[in-house]
Design a protein around this ligand. Structure first.
Ligand SMILES: Cc1cc2nc3c(=O)[nH]c(=O)nc-3n(C[C@H](O)[C@H](O)[C@H](O)COP(=O)(O)OP(=O)(O)OC[C@H]3O[C@@H](n4cnc5c(N)ncnc54)[C@H](O)[C@@H]3O)c2cc1C
Length: 379
């Protein structure tokens, strides 16, 4: 068992850090911190990520994917700013789902544009009345004259307002079966608006409204074994990736807290000299290191074909619990300064809270892991 990165992985990680600090952070800093970025800025970001092969991390190489291993993807992913990472996982995850549904063969130019980052994608499953239980989807599909007409609302959709294409799931009016569509916004216009949230405020979390929106019949995606496999594969990877992202945000708060404590004098000496402070810092470091290893091991298992839903669910669950707790302690250790927006500590905590929900809440992840451990489903 090797815990050391290979020289290639170290170089990749360094390059990702430089990309994040040199290009992505300045781009984000050039825009207001509390408003969704303009689409032009997001296109620039996706263009940068495309040069790095990240838009096609999970896309097979025969369709233009980068052939990046999932562990390597994780090492890069954890270096990205939160807003960028979440937008990427939605965009890149949608491209890989489209490829698995035959869109790469039918529409190679569309896939090429998505991989280059000149077009943006999103996946729209969640609805106002459908969250953890995806089978209860209500968006209505009416078939007429070879076309489909979609009516309903999708909510909490990452990249929704800026997306050129959406992978939309609905239920047929006639038989009540779930059916997925590639919805091209130019061809099938739908309304999209932003939902203001606690964190990741430069990102796009959107509500999409469909009112009898016509989608050509050819844009219906086939359901089959490969579709189900892609969906479950997506969770195997998304969950540890989101875990790494949350831990990275907690780590940033820990770094800010440590710098503050080295500087801050109370009771005649710097606070880092106090035993209780050292105890808190050790708790943070030990818990982040342990949860990060669990996430990396889940991605490594995916590379070796050994990933399980329980492992990936536990990785996200452990990482988010740890990140939330560690970032909370880091905030406390900064005293009142931890509450001030200027330190960035409070923003990290708000951003972590955002990541707790997508791709499985704490309870859902618990039930998934519990089902695999016990063989009994409590979902
Ligand atoms: C930042 C962000 C990005 C997102 N991106 C997307 C996207 O791109 N596309 C998309 O389709 N959706 C997206 N979502 C939506 C996300 O997938 C849902 O919010 C999530 O599935 C939870 O659904 P819900 O919010 O309706 O919560 P609910 O399902 O209503 O759950 C509410 C609470 O009840 C608990 N709960 C639910 N079922 C059970 C149970 N059986 N036993 C015990 N407790 C239970 C949950 O854990 C939670 O605490 C995103 C959400 C966020 C916050």
């Amino acid at each position: 068992m090797h815990f050391e990165l290979t020289s290639d992985q170290s170089q990749l990680q360094d390059a990702a850090r430089r990309l994040s600090q040199g290009k992505l952070q300045p781009l984000l800093a050039a825009h207001p911190a509390t408003k969704p970025l303009p689409k032009a800025a997001m296109l620039e970001i996706f263009g940068i990520l495309a040069q790095f092969g990240l838009t096609g991390a999970r896309v097979p190489q025969e369709f233009g994917g980068s052939g990046l291993g999932m562990l390597d993807y994780g090492l890069v992913f954890e270096q990205l700013p939160g807003v960028v990472a979440l937008a990427l996982i939605a965009h890149e995850g949608t491209i890989s789902r489209l490829c698995a549904s035959g869109v790469a063969q039918a529409e190679p130019q569309l896939i090429e544009a998505l991989l280059l980052g000149t077009k943006i994608a999103c996946t729209a499953s969640t609805e106002p009345t459908t969250g953890s239980d995806p089978k209860s989807i209500k968006l209505r599909i009416r078939h007429a004259g070879g076309d489909a007409f979609l009516t309903g609302t999708k909510q909490w959709i990452t990249n929704g307002t800026i997306a050129d294409v959406a992978l939309v799931t609905g239920k047929t009016e006639a038989g009540g079966e779930l059916q997925r569509f590639l919805v091209k916004r130019e061809e099938s216009p739908f309304h999209a608006s932003e939902i203001a949230c606690i964190g990741l405020q430069q990102g796009h979390l959107s509500e999409l409204s469909f009112e009898d929106v016509r989608v050509p019949g050819r844009n219906s995606l086939p359901e089959g074994a490969s579709t189900m496999k892609t969906l479950t594969q997506a969770w195997l990877i998304n969950r540890p990736l989101l875990g790494l992202l949350a831990l990275q945000l907690a780590q940033r708060s820990r770094d800010i807290a440590l710098a503050h404590l080295k500087d801050r004098v109370q009771f005649g000496e710097t606070l880092v000299n106090k035993q209780l402070i050292q105890n808190a810092l050790v708790d943070i470091d030990a818990s982040i290191a342990a949860a990060r290893l669990l996430c990396l091991s889940a991605l490594d298992a995916a590379d070796r074909g050994l990933a399980t839903q329980a492992l990936s669910a536990m990785a996200k669950r452990q990482a988010l619990t740890t990140a939330d707790h560690a970032a909370g302690i880091a905030m406390r250790l900064c005293g009142a300064m931890g509450l001030a927006t200027e330190t960035g500590v409070e923003q990290n905590l708000r951003d972590i809270r955002m990541i707790t929900i997508p791709d499985g809440t704490h309870e859902i992840l618990t039930l998934i892991a519990g089902r695999e451990i016990t063989g009994a489903s409590a979902l």
